[in-house]
Design a binder for this molecule. Structure first.
Ligand code: ZN
Length: 203
């Protein structure tokens, strides 16, 4: 039996495929993605559904146990090394939240489909673009297979327009500086293009 057959069997045993769906919340840094994820999960908790958040183990900004929220009604959060681990750990969860999804491997696409097909409501939040404005990790494919996609926006710190780009202030070749949200600023398209030109010219 392959891994996939094993996992398929495990979830189809649950029988009920009703309510299974994939929701994606995407946007730039400071756009409120995690807040929207927590808002939806909290409402599911009010409805007495079992809820859990998974995040990539590389994201060390928050505590290992709980996703940080603005009151004591936080949602249990589990760091996982790979997308496949979510299947193992989510067997009794009705609503699965996945935060910082852009850092997961492409296996996350199949994992989300398997969960949704077995009746789980999957809510995914992540950066849709990296600091260069390119699609980030598994996010574009997750947006393609989702039942519902919400793009949230930050506010451009240069002009006040809606912002969808995460401009990196620190000069480094690393794709993302973990734990250093101060190193980014949200920008609109025209301000982002201006800054990119300035960065290229070494200003
Ligand atoms: Zn702007």
């Amino acid at each position: 039996m392959s891994h996939n057959e094993f996992f398929n069997g495990m979830f189809l045993e649950n029988g009920n495929a009703d309510g299974g769906r994939i929701e994606v919340i995407c946007g730039s840094m400071f756009s409120g993605k995690t807040e929207e994820l927590i808002r939806r999960l909290r409402r599911a908790k009010f409805a007495r559904q079992s809820v859990e958040i998974f995040k990539p183990a590389v994201d060390v900004r928050y505590s290992a146990v709980d996703v940080v929220s603005h009151d004591d009604n936080s949602i249990p959060s589990t760091p996982v090394e790979s997308a496949q681990n979510i299947l193992l750990l989510a067997s009794n969860v009705q609503v699965v939240g996945i935060d910082e999804a852009q850092f997961f491997d492409n296996g996350l696409i199949d994992v989300c489909n398997q969960l949704a097909n077995s009746g789980v409501r999957v809510i995914v939040a992540g950066l849709d673009m990296d600091y260069q404005g390119n699609p980030f990790g598994p996010m574009p494919k997750l947006m393609a297979i989702a039942d519902d996609v919400l793009k949230v926006h930050a506010v451009c710190v240069r002009c006040g327009a809606l912002a969808q780009f995460s401009h990196r202030l620190a000069k480094t070749d690393k794709l993302v500086l973990l734990g250093e949200t101060d190193s980014y600023e949200p920008l609109c398209r025209s301000c982002f293009l201006k800054m990119k030109t300035e960065d290229k010219n070494g200003n």
